[in-house]
Write a protein that binds this ligand. Structure first.
Ligand code: 13P
Length: 381
């Protein structure tokens, strides 16, 4: 039986559980969805169970799925060579960290190489994640590519051959996947509706293929923080894209109970002269999500998007502490979980790296419960 989790602090109705819409019962748009089609035999209860584990109380997701190029940029910051061993050593350090992994991390998003990699002692990295009680996941998009006839805009690609890749990833242990749409905001009128619509369409096609393959899709439409736009502009665009997204997911037939949303928070551009306070970011983000995201979605896990470590934690905390929400709100952070540990590790100091990861994971775990306080930051290694 499946159940819905309530957000921290909310009362829990006892007795009844809500099951995801079953095969043949999920009418959508103009047809009935056949959830038994395709390669896998889709088990919606099981998928819903995985989605709920990914947003379990006080836990969130570690986004460790940087492409080889992106992890290279992170390693540049500590002047570390970007080779396979160093990439493995870094990820192994994270996945072996306790109590971060056992107490605060519900799932880990991996890059293709890492899903196939073994630790120095030969143990598959996927096994380290599972042994810690977390769910392994995989980034499956192949990146944001220039969009036709739309200067400065991109569409995320990776649909070709995706059905076959998902089947292989599932065999390798992945139980959820991630696809990131990237939307640029600028003062010359970007983004266009064209860019948002094609990205949303691709996200929905990806999500449908995931469910067909018995994999929970993380659906990530990211409006970038780069630029000088106001928080109001971010709100307006986030609202547009989320409304379009859930309309498209309905049209294509996604079972919402078997998905997780990974949105940006509603923030001002990094270069905006007027920066909102933390309460304003939290309030506008919650308002936007309440207007757009169906309550059947098992949970929402934010990206950090270039916010400072402490802002990413504080914003999440305020949302969970002060608002009654229909879904658990948690983190699916890359930089906001890894920047401090990477610096502390510096290519060799495993203990310092693990201490820093334990600290950030705990801070964000507390924020997912609405129990973080700024003075706790001082205690951390
Ligand atoms: P950041 O938290 O660094 O934005 O990364 C999250 C992520 O997975 C982006 O796709």
């Amino acid at each position: 039986m499946v159940g819905r989790q309530t957000a921290a602090g909310r009362g829990r109705a006892e007795g009844l559980t809500l099951r995801p819409a079953k095969a043949k019962h999920a009418a959508c748009g103009d047809r009935v969805v056949d959830h038994q089609q395709g390669t896998g035999v889709m088990d919606l209860d099981q998928l819903n169970g995985i989605a709920l584990r990914m947003v379990a109380p006080g836990k969130g997701i570690l986004a460790a799925d940087e492409s080889t190029r992106t992890i290279g940029k992170r390693f540049d910051g500590i002047r570390l060579e970007n080779n396979e061993d160093n990439r493995r050593n870094w990820r192994e350090l994270l996945f072996r960290t306790t109590p971060a992994m056992t107490d605060y991390i519900s799932g880990v998003i991996l890059f293709d190489e890492t899903l196939r990699q073994t630790a120095a002692d030969g143990t598959p990295l996927v096994e380290l994640i599972e042994d810690a009680g977390a769910v392994p996941g995989i980034k499956v998009d192949t990146g944001a590519k220039p969009l036709a006839c739309a200067s400065g805009e991109t569409v995320t690609e990776g649909l070709d051959g995706l059905r076959e890749r998902l089947a292989e990833y599932r065999d390798l242990g992945a139980r959820f996947a991630k696809w990131r749409a990237v939307i640029n905001i600028n003062s010359e009128g970007l983004p266009s509706r064209y860019a948002m619509n094609v990205n949303v369409h691709a996200l929905a096609r990806y999500a449908m293929l995931c469910q067909e393959a018995d994999i929970v899709p993380i659906i990530e439409p990211e409006l970038l923080m780069d630029g000088d736009h106001s928080i109001e502009r971010c709100y307006e665009l986030t609202e547009f894209i989320l409304k379009r997204l859930y309309a498209e997911l309905f049209d294509q037939g996604l079972v919402l109970e078997c998905s997780v949303l990974k949105p940006n928070m509603v923030v001002a551009g990094k270069n905006c002269a007027v920066q909102p306070g933390r309460e304003e970011v939290a309030e506008m983000t919650v308002r936007c999500l309440m207007n757009c995201v169906p309550a059947a979605v098992p949970g929402i896990a934010f990206l950090s998007g270039g916010q400072s470590d402490e802002d990413a934690t504080a914003h999440l905390n305020i949302m969970n502490e002060h608002f009654g929400l229909p879904w658990p709100l948690t983190f699916s952070y890359g930089r906001a979980l890894q920047s401090a540990p990477l610096k502390a590790w510096n290519g060799f100091n495993v203990q310092a790296g693990q201490n820093a990861f334990n600290h950030r994971a705990r801070m964000n775990g507390l924020a997912a419960r609405g129990e973080w306080r700024a003075d706790l930051e001082a205690d951390g290694g």
